[in-house]
Each structure stands twice: as structure tokens, then as C-alpha cells.
Design a protein around this ligand. Structure first.
Ligand code: ATP
Ligand code: MG
Ligand code: FE
Length: 338
């Protein structure tokens, strides 16, 4: 079974060819980071236009690199939400055109289901139930998977997503965009105990997250230092901020483990690439007798390989979308709309 995956939900135009759910033949990612950098974040209208320019060449390149012709494809899987509506529409239109022209099934994939599926690319045989901490630019979710294709949301962010907090703090520190990888790198040379920042655990037993208070605390710290003309140690600041985010994420993940009794924890999304987060989760999980599964670093951020993988399992279930499939910008996990 050969699946072409297409991803255009944000600022990466990506296409991938995946055979039988594990054999990744190609995963072409055309990133627009250089374009959006000067604005300090993704400009939706610019993103849509770039996707339109890139989507066709990226698909051709993915097929060529995989040494596959359109006639070899079993189905086309595409991200149809959540994401920027104009960006999503480009991928959805391309996928619909291909499915129609080739007379093969169209598969609509939730972007977060894709992020989670990045774990199954290398480890297709994980035993359910599973737990996944999804931490990305727009989401911080604790998701329980009772069986394949079933998702229950145990906790979510009430304000900023984890990745958003990294990006905003990095911007305030003058580090650049996207901020996550830059803070991660800087934090390696800093002391995480140097600055005491608040950890928001919310009500007793809550599995929700909140990072806006922490973000404000960092901004206040920077403003105060600027006012007093004090030098700040950026590495210490990055390490202290990162530790505050990571401790809450891992603590709540372990609470969810206790509550659900799962034995295997997965992570997904761009922030899952964070060195401090990967290390602390491994440490706490092994102390609790749990196994941790992590996607390789290059499959944490947006890519079409993960979409093709989620699409493969939907293909096996016969879960196909009609050619009337539309972009759904606020699509919820486990609630397909087609
Ligand atoms: P969503 O998936 O919620 O729609 P998105 O697709 O924009 O949002 P991703 O591509 O999954 O998000 O991840 C991008 C985010 O991950 C950015 O906020 C970026 O700063 C963050 N990120 C990437 N690498 C790291 C890292 N090493 N440490 C922390 N954050 C990181
Ligand atoms: Mg991106
Ligand atoms: Fe994403």
C-alpha cells in the first residue's frame, strides 16, 4: 500500500511517499521560515501564496525521489485541519485533484493525528492503550489512545501553547524565530536554577496547562533588567524558563499515566524535539516503570511523512473522505468532519 501524504497547514509545504506504513521512500519539506522570519511569525496570507507556488514541485519531487509514478499510488492523504484556512485549502485542493484524476481514495487527516502518528513510523507495533503528550506551536494536549484511531483529550492548554511560549519568550529575548530550537540550544549552557519562575499547576488534579503567566514573568524579568540597566545572562534565563515549562509538562504527563495506567508514553509536535523535555520525561518515566517513545527529531516538526502514516491506518480502516472534503481550521482530534 503506497500512500502520498500532503501537508500545508502552516508554513511547511511537504509531500511524502510511504509504503506499508513503515517504508518512508521520501519526505520533502519546503520550509517558509526564511520568509516569515522578518515578521517574527507566520503571516497567513503570505503562507498561502507560497504553498500555492510550492505544492506542485514538492509533490513531483516526493514522487521522483521515491521512484514512484502516480499510477503506483493507493491513496492520497492530506491534512485538512486544524491550521490556517488558506494554507490548508492549497493542500486539500491538490489532494482532491490527484485523487479524482487517479481515481484513488482521498484520506482526510487531522494534523494532530499526524503528529501523533510520527511515533508509529518507527514503531508500528506499539501496544494500546497509549498516552501522548502533544506539544506544538498551537497545542499542548494530553491525549489518551484506548485503541488505534481513538483519541480522548485529557488536558489542554487554557492560553498559550508550549511552542508559542517558547517563540514569544525567544522574541522578547531577541533570539529570533522560531524560538524553540534557539532556547533549547542556549539552555544547554545555562543554569536552570538561576531564576525562579512560577509553575502553573492549576486546580488540584487538573491536566490542563497554562503558560501565559510564565511568559509574563519572563517579560517582567526582562523589562526590570532593562529599566535597571542590569546585564542578564541569556543562557541562565533560557535554561530557567525551559525548566519551568518542562517540569509542568512532565509532571502532568505522569499524573495522566497514574490516572490511566498506561505503560507507554509518546510525545509529538515540534516541542517534542526539546532536549530538556526529552531527558526529563525519560527520567521520570523510567522511575515509574514506563516506556517512552519519541519520534526522531526531524519528524517532530511539520512534515508529510506523519500525515502519510496516519493516512495509512485510515486506509486500513477504509476511512475515506468524499471529494467534497473542505479545510476545517478548528478541527478537533477524533472528530473528523467530512
Ligand atoms: P500545530 O501543530 O499545533 O498546528 P505547528 O504546526 O506550527 O502547530 P509544530 O511544527 O509542531 O507546530 O512545531 C513548531 C513549534 O515547535 C514552534 O513553536 C517551535 O518553536 C517549537 N520547537 C521546535 N523545536 C523545538 C525545540 N527544540 N525546543 C522547543 N520548542 C521547539
Ligand atoms: Mg512550522
Ligand atoms: Fe504541527
Amino acid at each position: 500500500i503506497t500512500i502520498l501524504g500532503i501537508e500545508t497547514s502552516c508554513d511547511e509545504t511537504s509531500a511524502a511517499v510511504l509504503v506499508d506504513g513503515v517504508d518512508l521512500r521520501s519526505n520533502i519539506i519546503s520550509s517558509q521560515i526564511e520568509i516569515h522570519k522578518k515578521f517574527g511569525g507566520v503571516v497567513p496570507e503570505v503562507a498561502s501564496r507560497k504553498h500555492l507556488e510550492n505544492v506542485h514541485p514538492v509533490i513531483i519531487e516526493a514522487l521522483e525521489k521515491a521512484d514512484v509514478t502516480p499510477g503506483d499510488l493507493s491513496a492520497v492523504a492530506v491534512t485538512y485541519g486544524p491550521g490556517l484556512v488558506g494554507a490548508l485549502l492549497v493542500g486539500v485542493a491538490a489532494a482532491k485533484a490527484m485523487a479524482y484524476a487517479l481515481d484513488i481514495p482521498l484520506i482526510g487527516v487531522n494534523h494532530l493525528e499526524g503528529h501523533i502518528a510520527a511515533n508509529f513510523l518507527a514503531q508500528p507495533d506499539l501496544e494500546f492503550p497509549l498516552l501522548c503528550l502533544v506539544v506544538s506551536g498551537g497545542h499542548s494536549d494530553l491525549v489518551y489512545l484506548p485503541s488505534r484511531g481513538e483519541y480522548r483529550l485529557l488536558g489542554r492548554t487554557r492560553d498559550d501553547a508550549a511552542g508559542e511560549a517558547f517563540d514569544k519568550v525567544a522574541r522578547a529575548m531577541g533570539l529570533g524565530y522560531p524560538g524553540g530550537p534557539l532556547i533549547d540550544k542556549l539552555a544547554r549552557e545555562g543554569n536552570p536554577e538561576a531564576v525562579q519562575f512560577p509553575r502553573a499547576f492549576l486546580e488540584e488534579g487538573s491536566l490542563d496547562f497554562s503558560f501565559s503567566g510564565l511568559k509574563s514573568a519572563v517579560l517582567n524579568y526582562l523589562n526590570r533588567a532593562a529599566m535597571l540597566k542590569e546585564d542578564i545572562n541569556k543562557a541562565d534565563l533560557a535554561a530557567s524558563f525551559q525548566r519551568a515549562v518542562v517540569e509542568v509538562l512532565v509532571e502532568k504527563t505522569m499524573m495522566a499515566v497514574q490516572r490511566t495506567g498506561v505503560k507507554t508514553i509518546m510525545m509529538a509536535g515540534g516541542v517534542a524535539a526539546n532536549g530538556g523535555l526529552r531527558a526529563l520525561l525519560q527520567e521520570r518515566a523510567s522511575a515509574a516503570g514506563c516506556r517512552v517513545v519519541l519520534p526522531p527529531l526531524h519528524l517532530c516538526t511539520d512534515n508529510a511523512a506523519m500525515i502519510a502514516c496516519a493516512g495509512y491506518y485510515k486506509y486500513l480502516r477504509g476511512d475515506f473522505a468524499p471529494l467534497t472534503l473542505n479545510a476545517v481550521p478548528a478541527l478537533a482530534l477524533g472528530h473528523d468532519k467530512y
